[in-house]
Design a protein around this ligand. Structure first.
Ligand code: FAD
Length: 426
């Protein structure tokens, strides 16, 4: 991996003739799960390919294990590595953020004032957690019993709160879809309740799950086994209830729902612990660009992952307009689709692979057992193993807590394309 010496390039802005500061062949925006994986897979296919990765952060995170950290089953420090250690050798790293995409001119503008011209662009900057949409939340996150497994620095606080509570009221929230790992809000609930049950205090707890939507899980086949755990933990489900405001010091949260006439009503609920999951949106520089669909996501063909209007652009990961579950598991398969299809498109060949919408949500229903939900477009079940996917299993916990983290760092980020069976076009 080379870090670009920015001083060696031309001035900080395009010159009078509109020449870019940096001219690149393949540019990848974002060094997350999708970005690092696709760089590695492209370099496996074409070691001489000139790839420029644009990523502002020093750290790379394995977010799927944050649920385990919040449940006391994983060390948070094992979920982070220096970005410089995960960027594949052979790629050039520009440590900056993209602030504007100009696909008609095949240009990008960066936070450091430089401009980049590309031949091919791969868009994978993930999504943005919109904490600000919940009034008062940002001031109280990480204190007053308010936490979220959606942030590295907070998931250990979740476990601290869970251990400290022996009686009282615990509220869990889930915003409207789409969100990354749609099962993560309820995984926090299950692992908390499992601890309270095993410590003999669950009967002193009032546990409530407020969901903005109308279903416990988007794929109906998984609802009955999950409902069994909701009943086991005596948790109350409140559908159509959206968290809009928090006051940490008074430990009060406000939820909006609609009455039978469709009028919005606001209800205050007190809590001893509040686990929040915020609404999630496309990054602003994508939402406001020509690459966006009406909802702001990067608009791609759901099969080929090529942009619908700009054929030199591909996208993968959470930023995509596709209807799959936004998960690292989805990125694992999308990486191969983009790597194969991009290389074919550069050679003016037909694109060989189609993404089937595969995503996976290992639902940690208790410490030691997981319901391994794997499904594709339209909720079609796509199990990797020939087992009843709706049964909670110890083997699936082992997969989630031991095998997948290892496989992530040593397989997916290194261009080893295990567990990525895909359909060919035609
Ligand atoms: P990310 O991994 O979020 O990476 C995006 C990258 O883009 C970041 O490095 C960021 O710094 C960079 N970036 C952002 N803006 C810019 C910019 N302007 N310019 C340049 N770079 C930029 N998935 C599973 O498969 N299984 C699970 O069990 C699971 N559980 C989860 C639990 C939690 C609590 C969370 C938070 C996530 C979970 N996920 C799970 C989801 C999974 O982590 C994401 O779907 C995955 O990380 C998406 O990869 P990505 O590369 O699209 O985005």
């Amino acid at each position: 991996m080379t870090t670009l010496n920015q001083n060696a390039t031309a001035s900080g802005t395009e010159d009078a003739r509109g020449r870019p500061d940096i001219t690149a062949d393949v540019v990848v925006i974002g060094g997350g799960s999708a970005g690092i994986g696709v760089v590695a897979s492209l370099l496996k296919r074409a070691p001489d390919l000139q790839i420029t990765l644009i990523e502002p952060n020093d750290q790379h995170y394995y977010q799927p294990a944050w649920t385990l950290v919040g449940g006391g089953a994983y060390d948070a420090r094992k979920t982070v590595r220096p970005m410089s250690h995960v960027i594949p050798r052979g790629a050039t790293w520009i440590k900056a953020a993209v602030v504007e995409v100009l696909p008609n001119g095949k240009r990008l503008k960066l936070s450091n004032g430089k401009s980049v011209a590309y031949r091919n662009l791969i868009v994978c900057p993930g999504l943005r957690l919109a904490w600000e949409k919940i009034e008062g939340l940002e001031q109280t996150l990480g204190k007053n019993g308010v936490t979220s497994n959606y942030r590295y620095d907070l998931c250990a606080y979740t476990w601290q709160l869970v251990q400290g509570l022996r009686k009282g009221k615990a509220l869990f929230s889930q915003p409207g879809m789409p969100i990354k790992c749609a099962g993560a809000p309820q995984k926090a609930l299950y692992l908390s309740c499992d601890h309270w049950q095993k410590s003999g205090v669950l009967q002193n707890m009032q546990v409530e799950f407020n969901l903005a939507g109308a279903a416990l899980f988007g794929v109906p086949a998984f609802v009955p086994p999950l409902m069994k755990y909701i009943e086991k933990y005596q948790a109350q489900l409140v559908f159509g209830s959206n968290l809009v405001k928090v006051d940490g010091p008074s430990r009060t949260a406000w939820f909006e729902s609609k009455d039978e006439h469709g009028a919005v009503i606001r209800q205050a609920k007190t809590f001893d612990m509040l686990h929040v999951v915020p609404a999630q949106v496309a990054p602003d520089f994508i939402r406001t660009s020509l690459l966006a669909d009406a909802a702001g996501w990067c608009e791609v063909d759901p099969g080929t992952l090529q942009h619908s209007r700009y054929p030199d652009v591909f996208a993968l990961g959470d930023v995509c307009s596709t209807s799959n579950a936004k998960t690292a598991a989805a990125a694992r398969k999308q990486i191969v689709v983009v790597a194969e299809n991009l290389m074919a498109a550069r050679d003016n060949q037909p694109m060989p692979l189609r993404y089937d919408g595969y995503g996976s949500c290992p639902l940690t229903v208790e410490k030691g057992k997981v319901v391994l939900a794997e499904f594709g477009y339209g909720g079609k079940l796509l199990p990797t193993f020939p087992l009843d996917a709706t049964v909670a299993r110890k083997s699936a916990w082992f997969l989630k807590a031991r095998f997948l983290p290892w496989f992530y760092w040593n397989g997916m980020l290194k261009g080893r394309e295990w567990l990525t069976k895909l359909s060919k076009v035609g």
